[in-house]
Write a protein that binds this ligand. Structure first.
Ligand SMILES: C[C@@](CO)(OP(=O)(O)O)[C@H](O)COP(=O)(O)OP(=O)(O)OC[C@H]1O[C@@H](n2ccc(N)nc2=O)[C@H](O)[C@@H]1O
Ligand SMILES: Nc1ncnc2c1ncn2[C@@H]1O[C@H](COP(=O)(O)OP(=O)(O)O)[C@@H](O)[C@H]1O
Length: 317
């Protein structure tokens, strides 16, 4: 067992981007019980901040500015840190981690997944482990279906249960979104999928050749290359049809967004309850949000306007 040499404590900061789903199609069921998906995911400029200091006391500890969060083994940051340490075989690696939470929790924005991805990338660097991006993505897939995407982020096709990635050309950088969510509501992802299955299992595809056909159709979508304002994505999200009717906060968010001036298209993100509207640029998004603060308050909604991010995990300069 190599001893980790004692060195001056070093630290670094990584940013973990949230994501939205520009396309979420449920194709069928897989042998492992997960759903076969065809998705397009896009990183957005709503980021958690994770500060990591290396220690040699074999302890991995987490604190955060969000009391709602479990700072123990239930947190994807701790799960990711313990996973990459066990893969390194170096048991006496330690780290002090601090999370500044900005991404709403359980919101359909992969906030937890992105924190897990950022922890893998950050510790790989801080502990000098030199795992490749593919190796990090393999570890990420063990943490959750959305975690592999969150490593490189940007705009990617996501197939399988979400871990089979095909990077897309950079989206038109002027595009922006308005994101809204009722802060008192979160949606359970397992519930959303099981509800969808309850209502749609009879229409599920089951043959690989049929899955391939759906993947090819998405790869050829006219709005995809690159994502742009003149031919905006239709924003299909199969989970929206089951979550929205059961979650008034989602319907409320969709209606608010559809009323905004200059909106190109509107959808729920992932399993919700966050919903977003695409605008051709950040100024239009900002004006639309600023002009409707009163309505936002009346509807008990929280709103952000964000640019798109070309990366998932970023190191602070
Ligand atoms: C719905 C999506 C869309 O991007 O994102 P969020 O809304 O969570 O952000 C993802 O599929 C969520 O990915 P993630 O949150 O990582 O899911 P996991 O932890 O892997 O799985 C949680 C549960 O969701 C269901 N699940 C997840 C992924 C998938 N392809 N099929 C499924 O049926 C399973 O019941 C699983 O036990
Ligand atoms: N660092 C974290 N940030 C947010 N949620 C986390 C984190 N670690 C674990 N979780 C758990 O993951 C679930 C939400 O994950 P998240 O990725 O934020 O959801 P969603 O993908 O729906 O936005 C919650 O049950 C939360 O308790």
């Amino acid at each position: 067992m190599n001893k980790v040499s004692s060195s001056i404590a070093e630290s670094l900061k990584v940013y973990a981007s949230a994501k939205i789903n520009l396309h979420l199609e449920v194709l069928g069921l897989r042998k492992d019980g997960f759903h076969e998906l065809a998705m397009v995911m896009q990183s957005i400029d709503l980021v958690d901040e994770i500060e990591i200091t290396k220690t040699n006391d074999e302890l991995i500890s987490l604190n955060s500015d969000n009391p709602e969060l479990d700072n123990g083994d239930g947190n994807l940051i701790i799960k990711a840190a313990k996973l990459i340490r066990s893969r390194s075989g170096l048991r006496d690696l330690g780290a002090l981690i601090y999370l500044r939470k900005k991404i709403p929790i359980g919101a359909g924005l992969a906030g937890g997944s992105s924190d897990g991805a950022a922890t893998l990338v950050g510790l790989n660097s801080l502990w000098g482990l030199n795992f490749s991006n593919n190796q990090l993505e393999d570890m990420a897939a063990e943490l959750g279906s959305d975690v592999p995407f969150c490593i490189s982020g940007g705009a990617q096709l996501c197939f399988g249960r979400g871990e089979c990635l095909e990077p897309l050309d950079k989206s038109d950088p002027t595009l922006a979104i308005v994101l809204v969510k009722d802060p008192s509501v979160s949606v359970s992802t397992p519930w959303a999928y099981s509800r969808y299955k309850q209502l749609n299992e009879s229409t599920y595809l089951s043959k690989e050749i049929d899955f391939q056909e759906k993947r090819m159709a998405l790869r050829k979508a006219s709005w995809l290359r690159p994502l742009n304002a003149s031919n905006p994505p239709p924003l299909i999200n199969d989970l929206q049809e089951v979550v929205a009717p059961a979650t008034p906060a989602v319907e409320k968010a969709l209606q608010f967004l559809r009323s905004l001036k200059g909106v190109l298209s509107v959808a729920m993100s992932g399993s919700g309850p966050s919903c977003f509207a695409i605008f051709s640029d950040l100024d239009q998004a900002r004006i639309a949000l600023e002009e409707n603060q009163e309505e936002l308050r009346k509807q008990c909604l929280e709103g952000w306007c964000c640019a798109l991010n070309s990366k998932g995990v970023r190191f602070a300069k």
